[in-house]
Design a protein around this ligand. Structure first.
Ligand code: GLN
Length: 424
């Protein structure tokens, strides 16, 4: 059997191909001259499977799609507090090249518009790094997100840099407001070079999935950034990634995203999918017309809106049952997060005090977050304190070992059969 996802994606490509409105970016000849009809789409899954259709292997410049990744690098190097002190996270509702600052602090509104992106560019690397060193560091890191070596499009760099004056004005304002300390020309050169990196829609899907995957590249399995950084970046992409159409995008597509004037868009839905699209004709906000349409369709057809109801957790724990030997058995199914852990704790509460043996089975738990872990440990501890003899069945090591001081009291076994064998 061939998975139908290929055909599905081909259908999306075909149906969106007919959207021929919009104009390619014309502010430099290199962008004005691209073939406007190109259209590629790629999806990358958490397991690293890539589905690519149309012109998904064609190269184009990443442009503003680099911004969330460079913001991520700044966060890794400087930490949230320092980065927050340099750039706000407020949707500006302004175009990407607007002069958009907080009226009191003079801080740029967010890192997804040029002004904020120039500041985050300058936050990467040691303070005494040369523009070339800083730029090389950034490009090296962008390559890790993509999982392959990306090249700078020198013609685009040269042409954009020759037309740099608006961005230099933005950088000069940032310098004068005290948010960058390097020469505006140097800051803009580095920012322009990061924007001139050649990528494909396929690369973008992997980069998007890396953010959606808590920072681990699904292809190379390398941890590129920590999970908290992804959460921060995806939050800002959600509110600011699509410039002045961010609100419309959030309600209709509902996937954290970022667009660029080269025609690329990334969509990163945490834990689910990374989307990369490429089509050069842009709408009035500077977002790819076919890309927007394709993301809207994928979101609707695949149920990917971030505000859609997640799978219910209400049935995650069945009624109390018993093992063959008569011990109370609490089996948990599904991801162990707050609502599931709360259900588990309530089941623990129902166990009569005179029941001595309790078995908690995590065999069907695919994932556990830190809250689930803490709540469960505390529940197990309390059961032990009440005099129950608790055994945890945890074959996939969802609860990180060792169980610290609890370990003495709570035996952890790998497989349910072991328990039954020992008991019978
Ligand atoms: N090179 C463009 C600029 O800085 C990138 C902007 C974009 O992609 N929206 O003007």
């Amino acid at each position: 059997m061939r998975t139908p996802v290929h055909e599905y994606l081909a259908e999306i490509r075909d149906s969106c191909y007919y959207y021929s409105q919009g104009e390619v970016a014309t502010y430099i000849p290199e962008l004005a001259e691209v073939d406007p009809d190109q259209f590629g789409i790629a999806l990358c899954t958490p397991a690293g499977t890539i589905y690519a259709e149309g012109d998904a292997e064609n190269e184009f410049t990443i442009q503003s799609v680099s911004k969330p990744f460079v913001y991520a690098m700044a966060l890794v190097e400087r930490g949230l507090q320092i980065v927050d002190a340099h750039v706000d996270v407020e949707p500006s509702g302004d175009p990407y090249n607007a002069m958009s600052v907080d009226p009191e602090s003079g801080k740029p509104s967010n890192p997804m518009i040029n002004m904020g992106a120039i500041v985050t560019h300058c936050l990467v690397g040691p303070a005494d790094a040369t523009p070339q060193e800083r730029s090389d560091l950034i490009i090296e890191s962008l390559c890790k997100f993509a999982g392959r070596k990306l090249e700078v499009n020198e013609a685009v760099l040269e042409s954009e840099f020759a037309n740099r004056y608006r961005n230099v004005a933005l950088a000069s304002m940032m310098r004068s407001n005290g948010f960058i300390s390097i020469e505006p020309d140097d800051a803009v050169w580095g920012y322009t070079r990061q924007s001139a990196l050649n990528v494909t829609a396929r690369d973008l899907s992997v980069m998007a999935m890396t953010l959606a995957n808590g920072g681990v590249n699904p292809i190379t399995h390398e941890r590129v950034v920590p999970e908290w950084v992804c959460r921060q970046v995806l939050s800002v992409m959600t509110t600011c990634g699509m410039y002045d159409s961010a609100g419309d995008w959030l309600s209709s597509v509902g996937i954290p995203a970022k667009s660029g004037v080269g025609g690329g868009i990334i969509g990163s839905l945490p834990g689910q999918v990374g989307i990369g699209t490429f089509s050069p004709r842009l709408d009035s906000h500077g977002n790819s017309v076919r890309g927007v349409e394709a993301c809207e369709r994928v979101s609707r057809d695949m149920g990917l809106h971030i505000m859609a109801m997640p799978a219910p957790s209400i049935d995650a724990i069945g009624q109390q049952s018993r093992t063959e030997s008569g011990a109370v058995l609490v089996s948990i199914q599904g991801a162990l997060t707050f609502p599931t852990a709360e259900l588990a704790l309530r089941r623990f509460e129902e166990i009569p005090e005179d029941e001595s043996e309790v078995v908690v089975d995590l065999t069907a738990v695919p994932q556990i977050n830190h809250v689930g872990d803490r709540m469960l440990r505390e529940g197990l501890r309390r059961l032990g304190e009440d005099g129950h003899q608790v055994t945890l069945v945890d074959p996939h090591e969802r609860i990180p070992r060792p169980m610290d001081h609890d370990r003495r009291r709570i035996p952890v076994i790998d497989d349910f059969a072991t328990f039954e064998d020992a008991e019978t």
